[in-house]
Write a protein that binds this ligand. Structure first.
Ligand SMILES: Nc1nc2c(c(=O)[nH]1)N[C@H]1C(S)=C(S)[C@@H](COP(=O)(O)O)O[C@H]1N2
Ligand SMILES: [Mo]
Length: 258
């Protein structure tokens, strides 16, 4: 317990310090500057921080190319189906932007092209769905920790909330929109990535294009597809059903660790 708390303190402390450094002299941060800033941070610090914070045992098992499942079943939403989303698909997500905001020193926006310029991680992992199936896939994306470090976390930040493009249940109040949340320990885990590629190709619509979360020590429903926005928050009990995610609001555990 005390170990976890001090890890968390350390993470927030270092991220906040970085955010402050990053802020100097730039009021108007363009996307390009966002990219530059992340790149500048990527070297050294991330790796050193993570080595200190995350023990190797905490990694989910990684597999090899020959283990990749020939059929990876798409589940839940397989196409958000809205007009806006159809337009994004039609122009290959050229105008799509990931927003990062909330309790950060510097809100940021990244185009798909921006994200692809950043350091990436590729991992072959097994996805386990509560519905009783598993599949092995190869994922490539940007470590979430890198994005959060560059945005700089404000004191009191505790969770990353992911807002998705799809409404899995049609409701009048919008409570059927898919969302998820993880804590900062999982957010800074080295295998937690924002994936834009699956099995060596651009992420398909069925699997969450243009961007989905991979949070490898958790069950399938935590892996938010169609991520549009990441908000850093100190709580999630004021969102929708109050349980931190679409399925959590329908009875699943928030901590879906495996
Ligand atoms: N936005 C969004 N993300 C989602 C879902 C969804 O319906 N909408 N389903 C979840 C569930 S239950 C699983 S098992 C995985 C399925 O990922 P896949 O379609 O790539 O197999 O996505 C998760 N993320
Ligand atoms: Mo699932």
């Amino acid at each position: 317990m005390s170990k976890i708390v001090s890890r968390r303190r350390f993470l927030i402390g270092s991220a906040a310090a970085l955010g402050a450094v990053g802020l100097t002299g730039c009021d108007d941060v363009t996307q390009n500057q966002s990219v530059q800033k992340v790149l500048a941070l990527a070297e050294g610090l991330t790796m050193r921080t993570q080595r200190l914070l995350v023990s190797p045992q905490a990694l989910a098992r990684e597999y090899t190319d020959k283990d990749i499942s020939p059929n990876f079943h798409p589940n839940g939403t397989t196409d958000p189906g809205s007009e806006e989303y159809a337009e994004m698909v039609a122009n290959r997500f050229a105008n799509w932007k990931l927003k990062v905001d909330g309790m950060v020193n510097q809100p940021m926006e990244f185009s798909l092209e921006d994200l692809k310029k950043l350091p990436s991680r590729t991992q072959i992992t097994r996805h386990d769905c509560v519905e009783g199936w598993s599949a092995i896939g190869k994922w490539t994306g940007v470590p979430l920790g890198l994005i959060l470090q560059s945005a700089g976390l404000k004191p009191g930040a505790r969770y990353a909330v992911f807002y998705c493009a799809d409404e899995l249940e049609q409701t009048l109040d919008g409570s059927g929109r898919y969302y998820e949340s993880i804590d900062l320990i999982d957010a800074f885990h080295p295998q937690t990535i924002l994936a834009y590629s699956m099995n060596g190709k651009d992420l398909e619509v069925a699997h969450g294009a243009p961007l989905r979360l991979r949070v490898e020590r958790h069950l399938g429903y935590k892996h938010a597809k169609y991520v549009m926005r990441i908000e850093i928050r100190d709580k999630f009990n004021d969102l929708w059903g109050g349980n931190g995610g679409f399925w959590e609001d329908r009875g699943y555990e928030w901590y879906a660790g495996i």
